[in-house]
Ligand binder design. Sequence first.
Ligand SMILES: *Cc1c(COP(=O)(O)O)cnc(C)c1O
Length: 429
Amino acid sequence: MREDSRRWIEEDRSHCWHPFTRQADWCAEEPLVLVRGEGVWLWDSEGRRYFDGNSSIWTNIHGHRHPRLDAAIRAQLDEVAHTSFLGFANPRASELSARLSGLFPDGTLERVFFSDDGSTAIECAVRMALQYRLNRGENGRTGFVAFENGYHGDTLGAASLGGVGRFTGLMQRFGFGVKRVTDVAALEAMPESESAGIAAVILEPLIQGVNEMRLWPQGMLAALRRWCDARGIHLILDEVMTGFGRTGRMFACQHENVTPDFLCVAKGLTGGYMPMAATLTTSAVYDAFLGCAEKTFYYGHSYTANPLGCAVALAGLDVFEQERVLENLQPNIARMEELLAGLKERCPQVHEIRQCGFIAGIELRQPDGNRFPAETRTGETVCRTAWKHGLLTRPILDTIVLMPPLAATEEELAFAVAALEKAIGEGAR
Ligand SMILES: *Cc1c(COP(=O)(O)O)cnc(C)c1O
């Protein structure tokens, strides 16, 4: 091992603390130190090359070191890296807010509130939805509905909405109370006396990411919108994972012609370059915050509307248009489907493939259909084995995520699936 690799690992073991990581295991194993990227590829400090199979935790859209995105950041750096959005405007934020609003039907999501990541985008939507009711004197309408096994981020407010027990762990009882349901039928059965106390419903449209990539039935989103509309309840859509082309359309909600009252985006907003998020909402919501000082939305972060983030987000939207990203993606979505069907046919450990656009979950089980014992950590073992074959990704339990940058070509997809096949053969037994 190179001297600098050794040093970086030692410093990491001594001083870093990794997200969602059992640190004792982490320190006992040899991590990869990622130093460079280009397109769908990443290189480690030993010079080995890997396919970025989960888009660097679901963030990257157009590939690493995209010339247009790189140039946008460099150009902005020659102006200024950061200025405060508290008390001042900035050109890139002005442009980006107009661009984002323009992606939705006229007169719908006309206001954009910037923040830093998925969790803060959700936090912001929740506070807006709550304060909207208070500003209007609807003091009894402060409840939230969320779906079983949903995931909306890790700040305490966002985590309260989440329904994945192993993510909240011991912290579960410290969040705010949320009504949790499994489907729209459960909402339809809800008595008027209860729904009258609900401010908003939150959903990951089409597919629940952290819930092992489980898909909602077709029509669920439209049915939920109708349920909300009939009762004056706001719909918050969490498109932190699904936004910016991942599902084959720019936003998942477009598949069912639904426009929410609040839309949260983050991960792909900057093409995976900068931590930045946005909460979009309607004029009807915005207007409720006008008037006396008490009605003001008291919320924000130091790096809100960071010019570097806005500049690269704008460049990412340009790339969508100029490189016809969504059009070119369609045959590759079909190709991914074929490749994964072949994988399932050849690997008896592949129990189910769940795919939504360019997002796939590959669930592994024992050939007899039973789950692998939890202690064998099959998903983790397979992903670690995949390193050897040039593929980086992460499992959710025993579901392997394949969510490449939208820029991945047919050949690159074939490489990734072949690597996964070898890893499953060696790691899932
Ligand atoms: C990742 C994710 C979040 C949280 O975003 P962070 O940027 O990690 O805070 C929220 N919702 C969904 C659906 C996500 O995938």
